[in-house]
Design a protein. Structure first.
Length: 217
């Protein structure tokens, strides 16, 4: 068994669609909450921030674990499940996702775990964990790992994000998208874990540079 399998983080992807029955869920007796979250991610109005994204984040957490990244499994997995639980293109989506976690989780886990999950969800708004924040670094890297996808998958991701902002004209979207990408890349490293820097950094920066070059000035 791989290290990822040992911590329950194997995620099976078939034809680019996740088998949701195989997504790791760390809470026993909370299947109704899991199903509620799956319904939120499965909303057909979502483009990138849907079930496939959730599955890929969980898959990358497994990859990080297999590569030796140390993090607290239960709060990090729960934060992955909640980090885009609310997604409607508004700036406070992370805050509302964190609030959902704070409201829903006390019936299923201890106060310290609830607080850590909410903290991690809020951290995904800007993806700037401190270097000694092992949980934050793992979740941030897993969430951003799509930036290091193969070119075809990256282009699918960009198109999916654009579909979520179909109400914006091209110039407005391009300006906002460029601001987000430059904020992410205006740091010494996109990724905070050793594995992320080693395996994903170069490809991610090349993908982002290519996308920025194609955006209207």
């Amino acid at each position: 068994m791989t290290a990822a399998g040992a911590v329950g983080l194997n995620v099976r992807m078939e034809d680019d669609h996740p088998d949701v029955t195989d997504l790791p869920w760390p809470l026993t007796g909370a299947d109704a909450l899991r199903d509620e979250l799956l319904a939120a991610y499965g909303d057909p109005s979502r483009g990138h921030h849907g079930t496939r994204h959730l599955a890929e984040v969980l898959q990358r957490l497994g990859e990080l674990a297999a590569a030796g990244a140390a993090y607290d499994r239960t709060p990090v997995l729960l934060a992955a499940w909640f980090h885009d639980a609310v997604y409607d293109g508004e700036r406070d989506a992370e805050e509302r996702s964190a609030t959902w976690a704070e409201d829903a989780l006390p019936a299923h886990t201890d106060d310290a775990t609830v607080a850590e999950v909410a903290r991690l969800v809020r951290l995904t708004e800007h993806h700037r964990p401190e270097p000694d924040d092992a949980n934050g670094c793992a979740l941030s890297d897993a969430d951003l790992s799509i930036l290091a996808a193969a070119q075809e998958r990256y282009d699918e991701y960009v198109a999916a994000v654009r579909s979520e902002y179909a109400h914006l004209d091209d110039d407005v979207f391009a300006a906002g998208r460029a601001e987000v990408l430059r904020a992410l890349t205006d740091t010494p490293t996109l990724f905070r874990t050793a594995h992320g820097r080693r395996q994903w950094e170069q490809t991610a920066r090349a993908n982002v540079a290519r996308e920025l070059a194609g955006l209207p000035a």
